[in-house]
Ligand binder design. Structure first.
Ligand SMILES: *Cc1c(COP(=O)(O)O)cnc(C)c1O
Length: 479
């Protein structure tokens, strides 16, 4: 709109606007805020209102004339800004979403969803008192470790195991306890950044251990390790290069050779495995090292995440030789990194599924092991549900594609899948992606765009979520 000079409003001074600000009593007497206070409590509404008025006053104080603030000081606007903030505070921001990306261990979407068994165990134990550190047989204090250590040790073929908050904490604890002030040998090809700022050289510096780089980025031999060996060498570290692969003219010693080298020089060999694969998934197209094999090859100590391929809660497992694990258990930092009862309940249940051998109870393993044939059948029945409900002109077709495991596992491999490609006569792929992500009701659907088409991958969608997904797709395609 254009306004002529004479009809332009006279600039209002900040001073005038300040005087126009409603009083707190007048604000709280407004119908919307009265209703909100009845629901959310008067204290919270009062607090948010006070903060909002203070902020407006502060903004007015720094300007002489405030045309931009004219709207902001209107009582209606103030009321709705306060109501919006109170509602935001009281609405959960951590919400369930439908993961139709095909990325099974999606870090931004919470990595591994917990199994039904783990959830039930949480429900049974977390809202009541429990035997967290109590031995009901003797009536004495027990160890919180007891719930996970012996199960982990058996599954991994390790003498001993402990659990901390995550694998980053595990790496830090191992380096700090076993190598502070001393040198650690690491191949240059393994100085990785895992993501979100986790870099091996940085964590090593923080722990007080001194990094001694070995070999070249693409090739490292035992003789290279020998060359860097010195009086201050305290440990050999092997890092699984999770999220990338060095291909071509590349080599590094086998674990057996590296562990023979470490043993000869009386050094512990510690392997940061990253994902922590407990089951052999080679037949399912997953080429991750198995924890048990590393220990069998002579590695003294391993660590890995609880919520990557293991499929449990966020945690970091440290396992291996009893003496070394005990040193960490006794260190004061272990107390600062210990896990709580929620993690223990979920991890214990997940480990019990491994002990029973019922891998399909663990959601991420079931998703990874789903065959293209099974996925094709799910796509067919999903489309049978979806197609009759689609608006005119919209289409949904099955096409071949690839899912990835994610979470830094097997970056060079993908799992063959079938995708559902959606097309709308009114919305672009980008617009559909946005509409699915912000549905009027129900869980946001996170999909992806491939070849300028919006595609859904059912691999990481729970079958129980399919009706909700179909409903979200239909409503996103509507005008
Ligand atoms: C993922 C990963 C980590 C970090 O594990 P968190 O459980 O996320 O803390 C460390 N090292 C490697 C090799 C990894 O892949």
């Amino acid at each position: 709109m254009t306004a002529s000079v004479d009809s332009a409003p006279r600039p209002i001074s900040s001073h005038e606007l300040l005087r126009q600000l409603p009083s707190m009593d007048a604000l709280l007497a407004r119908a919307h805020l009265v209703a909100l206070a009845a629901e959310a409590g008067r204290e919270l509404v009062l607090d948010v209102a006070r903060e909002h008025l203070d902020e407006l006053r502060a903004r007015l104080a720094v300007r002489d004339s405030a045309p931009g603030l004219l709207d902001a000081v209107a009582p209606d606007r103030i009321e709705s800004a306060i109501a919006a903030e109170v509602t935001r505070l009281l609405t959960p921001s951590l919400r369930a979403v439908i993961n139709a990306t095909g990325v099974v261990l999606h870090t931004n979407l919470g990595r591994a969803p917990l199994s039904a068994g783990a959830l039930q165990h949480l429900r049974e134990t977390a809202g009541r008192y429990s035997t967290l550190e109590y031995d009901a047989a003797t009536g004495r204090r027990g160890k919180r470790d007891a719930h996970t250590s012996s199960r982990l040790a058996r599954l991994l073929g390790a003498e001993s195991a402990i659990v901390v908050n995550n694998n980053a904490a595990a790496v830090f604890l191992v380096l700090r306890v076993l190598a502070q002030g001393a040198e650690v040998l690491v191949s240059r090809g393994e100085l990785v950044e895992i993501g979100d700022g986790f870099r091996i050289p940085d964590i090593m510096a923080e722990s007080g251990a001194i990094l001694r780089e070995v070999g070249a980025t693409n090739r490292t031999r035992i003789s290279d390790y020998e060359r860097e060996l010195g009086d201050r060498t305290r440990m050999v570290l092997r890092v699984h290069p999770s999220n990338f692969r060095i291909t071509g003219f590349a080599a590094r010693p086998s674990l057996e050779d590296l562990s023979a080298f470490a043993r000869t020089h009386h050094l512990p060999l510690y392997e940061d495995l990253g994902s922590g694969c407990l089951a052999d998934l080679h037949a399912d197209g997953v080429a991750e090292p198995i924890v048990r094999s590393s220990l069998a090859a002579g590695v003294s100590l391993v660590s890995f995440s609880g919520d990557k391929l293991l499929g449990g809660p966020q945690a970091g497992v440290i396992a291996g030789s009893r003496d070394l694990v005990e040193e960490m258990r006794r260190h004061p930092l272990y107390r600062a990194m210990r896990v709580d009862k929620l993690v223990i309940a979920a991890l214990e249940s997940t480990l019990r599924a491994y002990l029973r051998g019922t891998l399909d109870e663990i959601p991420v393993l079931q998703m990874i092991r789903a065959t293209p044939l099974q996925l094709a059948a799910r796509c067919d029945s999903f489309l049978a549900r979806l197609r009759p409900a689609l608006p005119p002109g919209a289409s949904a077709e099955i096409r071949p594609g690839a899912s990835v495991i994610g979470g830094g596992s097997t970056p060079d491999r993908s799992l063959p899948t079938h995708l559902i490609a959606l097309r709308s006569p009114i919305y672009s792929a980008d617009a559909l992606e946005l509409r699915l992500r912000q549905p009027a009701r129900g869980a946001p659907v996170i999909a992806r765009i491939a070849d300028e088409q919006l595609v859904l991958d059912l691999r990481a969608v729970f079958p129980e979520e399919e009706p909700e997904l179909a409903e979200a797709v239909v409503s996103a395609m509507r005008a």
